[in-house]
Design a protein around this ligand. Structure first.
Ligand code: PAF
Length: 273
């Protein structure tokens, strides 16, 4: 049965449908969103689709992890109601030429670093909203700019989908869990902790009373500078709504070897852990 028919049947029976969009390679971050969706809805759909449209030509689309059997087992144990795994040809038939483009905030930071990325995200998310007719959709705060883009899209297109955001899940040393952490070798994995360490140091300084954004910015750069493997793509303090500076949301994109990691934290809040 097609997802839309399934969802319409659920709605006719008075059910409330939550959608957790993913690209698979599920980890504790995804599963925390799944748990929350289960607690807040009577039916939960998880989509798994490695979306070619949101990868640049020189990015990791081909090598992106696709552990389908392990993902399905995790979801089976989480007792969700449906897994949606469209084939790429079904999602984007050759004649398809519509793209969803969110203006403004997509031209900064991740949008600048990864041209076309947010158009790919917005297009697939809009299609997932149409296909699922979900009442609510769940996204992780780790991709803070994606969250802002999706909120804008959901409102601007009158989608009727309520966006709920789950906190970033972190490893014991603070590293934000991400499917891309699987690319890191042992030394790189150690170096990857520099992102959360920088965010923690800056948040601690803010909590201690420091309000000068230039000094907080300096703290981020100084901390990242201590790690020889860390190559900073950007480290900025921006407004969390429009991603233009200045503001207390610290956003980082850092290359560790061949792997590009992102993380963020609102310095006005204590760093967790
Ligand atoms: O965050 C992701 O995994 C993806 O960008 C999303 C939202 C599933 C769209 O492909």
């Amino acid at each position: 049965m097609r997802l839309r028919e399934l969802s319409r049947g659920w709605h006719r029976a008075g059910e409330v449908v939550g959608l957790v969009p993913t690209m698979g390679a599920l980890h504790a971050g995804h599963m925390s969103l799944v748990d929350r969706a289960r607690a807040e809805n009577t039916k939960v759909v998880v989509s798994i689709f490695v979306n070619p449209l949101q990868f640049g030509p020189r990015e990791d689309f081909q090598r992106y992890p696709r552990p389908v059997a392990a993902d399905l087992e995790l979801l089976r144990r989480a007792s969700i109601d449906a897994v949606y795994m469209p084939r790429p040809e079904a999602m984007y038939p050759p004649e398809a030429s519509t793209r969803v483009s969110v203006g403004g905030l997509t031209s900064r930071l991740e949008g600048l670093a990864r041209p076309g990325h947010f158009e790919g995200v917005a297009t697939v998310v809009a299609k997932l909203f149409w296909a699922s007719e979900a009442d609510r959709a769940y996204f992780g705060q780790k991709d803070a700019q994606q969250v802002a883009v999706v909120k804008r899209l959901a409102a601007d297109l009158d989608s009727g989908v309520e966006i709920r955001v789950g906190p970033t899940v972190r490893e014991a040393d603070g590293l934000a869990v991400s499917s891309r952490n699987a690319y890191l070798d042992a030394r790189e994995r150690q170096a990857a902790a520099s992102l959360s360490m920088a965010l923690r140091k800056a948040a601690d300084a803010y909590q201690a009373g420091e309000r000068a954004l230039a000094i907080l910015h300096g703290t981020l750069l100084e901390e990242l500078g201590r790690e020889p493997l860390a190559q900073v793509d950007y480290a900025e303090l921006v407004d969390p709504e429009d991603f233009e500076g200045p503001g207390t949301l610290a956003v980082l994109a850092v290359r560790i070897g061949r792997t590009r990691l992102i993380d963020n934290h609102d310095l006005a809040k204590p760093f967790p852990g």
